[in-house]
Design a binder for this molecule. Structure first.
Ligand SMILES: [Zn+2]
Ligand SMILES: [Zn+2]
Length: 135
């Protein structure tokens, strides 16, 4: 993180705190709901705008499910998933298979690496069984 970036705003800190509290990923809708009724309540459009700004600051990462839904997590949460392309079930891996792996040093001279994403897609057992049934 560079010190040239502006510090996160109060709203952005509230979003980050909610993401860290849940210890997992959340969609914009879930974040919106979790803050509703509290001192940090904000509209859905505001949630998405601030999530985008947090991504630009390198504090929040985002991944997309096959359904198109975007899930957000704090950038320090290095977690990857197996996702079924059929039913959309998504389950976390125990550890990051590429932890410690980095891009070549000379690439990093003019590019500050913030995080990586890694996704595995396939079919869960349930969907495989269903597809093998005679139809
Ligand atoms: Zn499935
Ligand atoms: Zn990783």
């Amino acid at each position: 993180m560079t010190d040239t970036l502006p510090a996160p705003s109060t709203r952005q800190r509230a979003l980050l705190a909610a993401l860290r509290d849940c210890g997992d990923e959340m969609s914009g809708q879930q974040l919106h709901r979790s803050l509703a009724g509290g001192p940090s309540a904000m509209g859905l459009a505001t949630v998405y705008r601030n999530l985008r700004q947090l991504q630009q600051k390198g504090m929040v990462r985002c991944r997309h499910l096959p359904t198109g839904e975007a899930l957000y997590a704090p950038v320090e949460q290095d977690r990857h998933h197996l996702t079924c392309v059929d039913c959309g079930e998504t389950r976390p891996l125990d550890h990051c298979p590429i932890h410690g792996l980095s891009v070549p040093q000379d690439t990093q001279k003019d590019f500050e690496l913030l995080f990586h994403t890694l996704e595995f897609f396939g079919l869960c057992q349930r969907c495989r069984d269903r597809q093998q049934l005679p139809s």
